[in-house]
Design a protein around this ligand. Structure first.
Ligand code: FAD
Ligand code: SF4
Length: 511
């Protein structure tokens, strides 16, 4: 063998040009490794999904006649570390060149650069051919501009990729953004047609992980695993989304319900983050479906969905590469508290938190608004250290990979970057949660209450947050209305609110 090509667990891109030609002299290498299972404590479903997807990818490569070395977690030659695994293979197999695809995480990027330097043979890095922007494109786009507004980047992406544009260069429907139309509460109707398709038996993979002693958390139904881990399954999920869910995606994008885990969301994040599906393939499939069903599906739904992928997903990646490594340490609000224990158990009387965390533990999933306005909101109102919030999000979600998790968590949700990603802190009292969800009806707390024993804890925490951070927030135009309402609260009443908030912050476990 002359060339060794590394494929990381989130680089399962079937369409990559590497696989197009005959390459008899090339050895492909994929490895399950403790360095990847242990850098943070992961949800069991996340580890299973990656291992299942890697195994299926190896089978596909071998089927195409490629030569592959696949190290399972308990493999005899597996040193559990990327560097030593590769160095040993290079030596044993007489490899003359090392090739890899650019990793998406800073940590792995550093490791691979070092490894390439240390090897005595030449090495070359290739693009993953997955994203719609290069690592530095966002930084170049915003160079010299005062703010990093996602909306202007999104419009640039729409033009650049000619997505939802008319022939004369205008946005489809005359507007770039239909966000304001995406704000309905779900009241039991319309019915959500749940996907009942494939279910996989993953008991062998679970056993392998357990036998190796990998520490995971969360629950799994290992005879009925429902995350797509092959390209065929991912395409089925995409097809299902187009046929059944897209029609109401935008309308109920922000809605929350205790019984509904996914509502009209696509569940495509793992498929894309593992690179089994290409983002443009997803965008084109959705637009194509809309074009053939314009009388049934409104542009509002389609634009809302496209914005998430063409806009937010690429934007977050660009922020990550622009700001790393410093981003991983930012804590502009100087938050120092611990994450409450109930984030790991869902044992809290606050119904919204209970359900959002229960979903996450049972399914390794919560949709965007649950992540932002329930678990993220509460952590920010409590003043939890962003390191702890990051570690929780990075571990618990099926789609969590640092390049997308961190800007969403530290930036958008925790405002730890001081407003680079979010134009204001995403905090709210119980009234927003009540407006968008069906949680409050079944809660032991009164969403309208402010200071009594039964008052919704979000209410006092919210006013306390604004009062405590007033000075910092005053410079932010978007906070003006909230701060002026704060200014109208009588000093005595504000003190009562803050006293109640201090109780919650002292022992969130009691709520
Ligand atoms: P849908 O609601 O169906 O959206 C379609 C697709 O749009 C998603 O699959 C995703 O690829 C993309 N998308 C939507 N919102 C975002 C966003 N803000 N940033 C990037 N892509 C987006 N997403 C991840 O992929 N990995 C993470 O680790 C992650 N961590 C998050 C942490 C916090 C605190 C918050 C607020 C959001 C996070 N998100 C993350 C974004 C978003 O919540 C998930 O992408 C989405 O919930 C995945 O479910 P879905 O596939 O059903 O998405
Ligand atoms: Fe959450 Fe407050 Fe509503 Fe209870 S009352 S579900 S704690 S917002």
């Amino acid at each position: 063998m002359k060339t060794l090509r590394l494929i990381l667990g989130d680089q399962l891109n079937h369409k990559h040009s590497w696989y197009r030609n005959d390459d008899d002299d090339t050895l492909y290498f994929i490895a399950e490794m403790r360095q990847e299972t242990d850098y943070v404590k992961h949800h069991i479903q996340k580890v299973v999904a990656f291992f299942e997807a890697m195994e299926a990818f190896v089978a596909w490569l071998r089927d195409k006649g490629k030569k592959v070395v696949y190290y399972k977690l308990d493999g005899r030659n597996n040193t559990q570390k990327l560097g030593t695994n590769i160095a040993a293979l290079v030596k044993e197999r007489g490899i003359e060149k090392f090739e890899y695809q650019l990793p998406d995480e800073y940590r792995l990027d550093q490791q691979l650069r070092q490894l390439a330097d240390d090897l005595s043979i030449p090495s070359e890095a290739f693009d993953t051919e997955h994203f719609l922007t290069t690592r530095n494109e966002l930084a170049e786009f915003f160079e010299g501009k005062k703010s990093l507004l996602m909306e202007s980047f999104y419009r640039h992406m729409r033009r650049k990729h000619n997505v939802l544009m008319t022939k004369n260069g205008k946005p489809e429907g005359g507007k770039w953004n239909f966000d304001l139309s995406n704000r309905n509460k779900w009241k039991g109707q319309p019915q959500i047609p749940h996907e009942k398709g494939f279910r996989k038996d993953v008991r062998k993979t679970v056993k392998r992980i357990e036998d190796a002693g990998v520490k995971t958390f969360g629950n799994i139904d290992s005879q009925n695993f429902s995350w797509p881990t092959t390209r065929a399954d991912c395409l089925k999920v995409l097809r299902y989304f187009c046929d059944h869910l897209l029609v109401h995606f935008g309308d109920y994008q922000d809605a929350m319900d205790p019984e509904q885990v996914y509502l009209f969301h696509s569940r495509l994040s793992f498929a894309m983050n593992s690179k089994l599906l290409h983002p443009m393939e997803v965008i084109r499939a959705v637009i194509h479906h809309w074009e053939s069903n314009k009388s049934a599906i409104s542009l509002n739904e389609v634009e809302g969905f496209v914005r998430q992928i063409l806009g937010w997903r690429e934007y977050m990646r660009g922020i990550y590469w622009k700001e790393m490594p410093g981003y991983a340490r930012c804590n502009r609000l100087d938050n120092q508290k611990d994450l409450p224990d109930f984030y790991w158990t869902a044992e809290t009387d606050m119904n919204c938190l209970h359900h959002a965390i229960r979903n996450s533990l049972d399914h390794a999933y919560a949709h965007h608004i649950q992540r932002l306005m329930i678990t993220g909101n509460f952590a920010l109102l409590l003043g939890v250290h962003p390191d702890q919030v990051d570690a929780w999000y990075l571990g618990i979600y099926i789609d969590a990979i640092e390049w997308v998790e961190m800007p969403n968590t530290r930036g958008m949700s925790q405002f730890a970057d001081g407003g680079l990603v979010a134009t204001k802190p995403y905090v709210s009292s119980g009234s927003y949660i009540h407006k968008m969800s069906n949680y409050c009806e079944g809660c032991r707390y009164n969403v309208k209450g402010k200071t009594g024993e039964d008052a919704c804890p979000f209410n006092s925490l919210y006013w306390n947050f604004l009062a405590e951070k007033r000075e910092f927030l005053e410079a932010n135009q978007r906070m003006a209305m909230m701060l002026s309402t704060l200014g109208r609260i009588e000093e005595r009443d504000l003190e009562k609110l803050r006293e109640r908030a201090r109780q919650v912050i002292r022992s969130p476990q009691d709520y």
